[in-house]
Ligand binder design. Structure first.
Ligand code: ADP
Length: 471
């Protein structure tokens, strides 16, 4: 810029000096006019001519200088402004090349730099956004410590897991955050040994217990320099709980199977050891063996049933079901047991209530509930079945006047193999899986089961089902 302005000034000076030299020549011509004896009129004419020439020269040089300024200096000024804007991060600024007569290449180069920078910053913003989304949606808690050993990054999952906010954590060392001691130890270990560490930790808080899978690793830059450490924490409480449930289930199944098998084995051995020679004992033992194998059979059937229902891909066969007919079918199935205990069923079911459901599975649900009502009631009592419908829901209730269930037992009632009274359930031929099957079947119908009970008064099971199946 400076050199350009000086070039302009020099150009003006040269022009002026050319004009003044010309003026000198003219002056030389007229010089004798300055003598004392010279003509006064001529002298005046000379001065007028001189001043006029000077004025013309001034206006001319001013005009030329201004033109040159417009052509050279102003576009450069504009480009300087745009370049400054770009330098300050406004990558959308552009030089208007169409307005330029020349210096187009410089303008194009500035525009190219701006568009490259704009592209780079867009890419960078995209990368940053992608990384942020990844960090926030990874489903695990993330914590990063910088080279100085303080936290410089964490995600929302981490905040939620430990109930800490970003402000409370960023800039602090791992000792100051207030993490569970097991996690603190792991982080310390990664800092000290600069090695990857993965561990499952159990965290006891005042109201519950949780399990976390913690992974800590040093962050090494591309040139092998140590940049800090990263810690990924995943809540595996639900996984551990499911694993416990699975272990319990295997233990329960083994136990349930072992009891009848031990019994069958024992009685068979006793018979083979000579007891079979006594016809009375033989009959009695064979009856026990038959009863135990029936129980074994029932248990295996229920287990297969439950695993079938729980298997992925299990589906119901939906059709229009007349609720009254379905309940009549279920009552027919349990009628023998009813008669044996001289019990009575009262059914209050609307005649023409039709719902969309799997009839076979609903009969199974009702049979399980009615069988329980019979098994856990005294003789000559009444079981009441009522069905009501409201809006888009049907409610089926099975109420007995049986032994009832303690309030504290109700939350676990639908668990597999959970029994209030193990001996009684076994005597009545129960497998401990009936209510688990009921719950599953009702839930895959999109419904829910509720239970109310009073010890010594009776129990009521309520099944809520949608009238129409939501596909
Ligand atoms: P079970 O085969 O032992 O009957 P269920 O899963 O059907 O298994 O029921 C679980 C437990 O719930 C039973 O062992 C019993 O203790 C209790 N129970 C179920 N229904 C009733 C009822 N109508 N009255 C009292 N107790 C019941």
């Amino acid at each position: 810029m400076k050199s350009l302005y000086s070039r302009l000034v020099i150009a003006c000076a040269v022009l002026l000096s050319v004009l003044l030299t010309g003026l000198g020549i003219v002056l030389g011509q007229f010089f004798p006019l300055f003598a004392e004896d010279s003509d006064l009129l001529l002298q005046r004419q000379y001065w007028f001519f001189l001043i006029l020439t000077l004025a013309i020269a001034f206006v001319l040089s001013l005009f030329i200088a201004t033109r040159m300024m417009i052509q050279y200096a102003r576009p450069i000024d504009d480009m300087t402004k745009i370049a400054t804007q770009i330098a300050h991060g406004d990558y959308l600024a552009r030089v208007q090349t169409s307005e330029l007569e020349y210096d187009n290449d410089l303008a194009k180069a500035i525009n190219k730099i701006a568009s490259n920078l704009q592209e780079m910053s867009t890419m960078q913003a995209m990368e940053k956004e992608r990384l942020k989304t990844l960090i926030e949606s990874m489903g695990s808690g993330l914590l990063m410590f910088g080279r100085g050993g303080t936290v410089n990054l964490l995600n929302e999952v981490f905040e939620k897991t430990f109930g800490l906010s970003k402000n409370e954590v960023v800039g602090k060392t791992f000792k100051d955050i207030g993490l569970p001691i097991a996690i603190e130890n792991l982080i310390e270990d990664v800092f000290m040994k600069e090695q990857v560490r993965a561990e499952q930790v159990k965290i006891d808080s005042s109201d519950h217990q949780s399990y976390m899978s913690v992974y800590g690793a040093p962050v090494i830059g591309i040139h092998g320099n140590w940049l800090g450490i990263v810690v990924v924490i995943h809540d595996i409480t639900e996984l551990v709980r499911l694993e416990e449930v699975r272990k319990d289930f295997v233990a329960n199944v083994s136990h349930e199977l072992r009891t009848p098998v031990t019994s069958i084995k024992g009685f068979t051995e006793t018979l083979l050891d000579g007891a079979m020679d006594e016809p009375v004992i033989l009959k009695e033992f064979l009856e026990i063996i038959q009863k135990e194998s029936d129980r074994l059979h029932l248990l295996i059937d229920d287990l297969l049933e439950l695993s079938g229902i729980e298997r992925e891909g299990f589906s119901l066969t939906y059709a229009a079901v007349n609720v009254k007919e379905m309940i009549d079918d279920a009552m027919r199935i349990v009628s023998r047991g009813m008669e044996q205990k001289k019990m009575r069923i009262v059914a209050e079911v609307p005649e023409d209530l039709i719902i969309e459901a799997d009839a076979g599975r609903l009969i199974q649900v009702m049979v399980n509930l009615l069988s329980n009502a019979i098994n856990y009631s005294k003789e000559k009592t009444t079981v009441t079945v009522t069905v009501t419908s409201f809006m888009n829901e049907v409610v089926m209730t099975v109420r007995d006047q049986g032994i009832g269930i303690e309030q504290s037992e109700l939350p676990r009632l639908f668990e597999r193999f959970y029994r209030v009274d193990r001996a009684r359930s076994r005597d009545s031929g129960g497998t401990g899986l009936g209510l688990a099957i009921v719950k599953h079947l009702v839930e895959i119908h999109g419904g829910r089961v509720e239970v109310e009970s009073k010890l010594g008064v009776g129990t009521t099971f309520c099944i809520h089902l949608p009238i129409l199946h939501n596909k």
